[in-house]
Write a new protein. Structure first.
Length: 212
């Protein structure tokens, strides 16, 4: 068990994967790069999943950058030991294959959300997804970070957050957002949140299997 700190870089694009992480209270953003400093979050990992999917597919390098955006605990396992365990436990490999499929669906849904939905709905979806993983109402985030995660201008996040605050769904201050009305936020979010959550029970099984 390790404690992950906000801003920790757990892997870089093209770098060897040395460890696998199973978050418990923390959450990790998977960031795709678009050249230069351009980055976009394509998935968010919390206590429903794991970081290290390429190892399940027989690969040892990361296609993305993994950043800790929610501090907290996580189980950590060396990559070599993980691969050896997966090879020797067929049931675990089956659960991991299901998780890889679920993750793929989530990435596809993120792409759809980014391309078709407005910033306010996307922000509501992201806040709900993050809250599910931290299991608390307070998220330590800045508008700059949210703009980077969602791939929009900071002014767009300011406008969207202001709209959600006027509806009394959230309260934001410097460096943080508090969710006040979860049900209202769910209604403000796009359907992507509901669709992604339909796959969550299948994804969660991998954590129980891997940490048993």
């Amino acid at each position: 068990m390790v404690e992950l700190s906000f801003g920790d870089v757990l892997c870089e694009v093209g770098a060897p994967i040395r460890d696998v992480y199973f978050p418990t209270q923390s959450f990790i953003s998977l960031m795709a790069t678009g050249g230069g400093d351009a980055r976009l979050e394509v998935a968010l990992i919390g206590n429903e999943g794991m970081l290290g999917v390429p190892l399940v597919l027989g690969l040892d390098r990361s296609p993305i950058r993994a950043l800790v955006h929610g501090a907290g605990g996580a189980w950590r396992m060396q990559a070599a030991r993980f691969r050896k365990t997966v090879a020797s436990v067929p049931l675990l490999k089956l659960e991991l294959d299901r998780y890889v499929y679920t993750r793929l669906n989530q990435v596809v849904q993120t792409a759809v959300c980014t391309g078709f939905h407005d910033i306010e709905a996307r922000l509501a979806r992201w806040l709900l997804t993050a809250q599910d993983r931290v299991q608390g109402d307070r998220l330590h985030l800045t508008h700059v970070l949210l703009a980077e995660l969602l791939g929009v201008r900071r002014s767009g996040i300011t406008t969207a957050a202001g709209a959600l605050q006027r509806k009394q769904l959230i309260h934001y201050s410097r460096g943080g957002i508090t969710i006040l009305d979860r049900l209202g936020l769910e209604q403000a979010a796009c359907d992507c949140y509901r669709i992604a959550n339909q796959a969550a029970p299948a994804a969660a099984a991998v954590v129980a299997a891997a940490t048993a």
